[in-house]
Design a protein around this ligand. Structure first.
Ligand code: SF4
Length: 325
């Protein structure tokens, strides 16, 4: 729901403040799926709201389920489509949210990157992905901005959405994570924003040439500048910074690659690595590594702080890098 426009409208037609709160609360708590269902307000007002606004800016257009994850394809008002994923962990539920329709960054291991960019999502469309899951009656505990798109290329809307999610959906700053391919000016803005939202960097290699091959945006956002911006982030925020490293067969999984990652993570006590199993993507020549054990052995011998992340959603093509519409 476009909350700003709905508030403006309600004030214009002279509705009292408590009515505004009643409507907004129903929306944020996802008590109803349409204005028509809001029997706590008059029929006349329900009709006026339905005539002028969409209750949700996204509409379900397909769903695939597995044991611990559900992927939904959502249709937007202009008929473009995005995907969002619900992930059920043992202790909490996470929603993976898209920030753009498609993505301009063109990472070669990513299905979204093969689509190109169609457009940015509005703040409303970002939040409505979460309301959509809440309407299904599930608790949403954590949000990761790791769906389709590069969040820092739509930062104003993503930032506004995060603030609204915190203030109105009551999800704590620390329960949200923004993931970037390494957009340096975005990391700078995020650092000065000074909110306790987590930051994850899709690193995937510590070799400038290899990064450029698998992540074309690395030609602009150079590795040495990226690493400097990561140190600046931890110095200023005193918060952990997560490096995502998906192991790719013959690309970034040698012992030398592992040693480089170990040296980087050990260079700053607030750096942490997540070692991820690459998810297979149609039309990509890059395959998951078979050297995870050897790679992690080197990290262990260097006493690196890392976790081997369970990649959920792979069987429904809803895992990192697999979203496409
Ligand atoms: S990995 Fe992320 S940044 Fe790269 S193309 Fe896919 S969605 Fe875009």
């Amino acid at each position: 729901m476009n909350v700003v426009k709905v508030i403006e409208y309600l004030l214009k037609i002279g509705e009292p403040k408590f009515r505004l709160n009643q409507i907004l609360e129903s929306y944020y708590l996802a008590k109803f799926k349409s204005f028509d269902e809001m029997t706590n307000i008059s029929k006349d007002l329900r009709q006026k709201l339905s005539d002028n606004f969409n209750f949700l800016s996204v509409e379900e257009d397909g769903i695939v389920e597995s044991k611990n994850s559900i992927k939904a394809r959502l249709k937007l008002i202009d008929n473009l489509q995005i995907e969002t994923v619900f992930l059920k962990y043992k202790e909490w539920n996470t929603v993976c949210v898209s920030t753009q329709v498609g993505c301009a960054m063109g990472c070669t291991f990513c299905a979204t990157g093969q689509m190109g960019l169609k457009r940015n999502l509005t703040c409303e469309e970002i939040i409505d992905q979460i309301i959509y899951w809440k309407q299904k009656g599930v608790e949403v505990d954590r949000i990761v901005f790791m769906g389709m798109g590069e969040p820092f290329l739509n930062w104003l809307n993503v930032k506004k959405a995060i603030e609204e999610i915190h203030d109105n959906l009551k999800i704590g700053w620390r329960k949200m994570t923004v993931s970037t391919v390494g957009v340096i000016n975005g990391i700078r803005d995020f650092t000065s924003w000074e909110k306790e939202v987590n930051l994850a960097i899709s690193l995937h290699s510590l070799n400038q040439g290899i990064r450029e091959k698998i992540m074309p945006s690395a030609k602009v956002h150079k590795l040495n500048e990226l690493v400097k911006s990561c140190h600046r982030y931890t110095n200023q925020t005193k918060r952990l910074l997560f490096f995502e490293y998906a192991l790719m067969d013959g690309v970034n999984d040698t012992d030398t690659d592992a040693q480089k990652l170990a040296d980087l993570v050990n260079s700053n006590k607030l750096f942490f690595a997540n070692i991820i199993k690459l998810n297979s993507v149609k039309n990509s020549k890059i395959n998951p590594s078979k050297r995870t054990v050897q790679f992690c052995r080197i990290l262990d011998s260097n006493r690196v702080k890392y976790s081997r992340r369970m990649s959920m959603g792979g069987e429904i093509k809803g895992a990192c890098g697999q979203l496409i519409s």
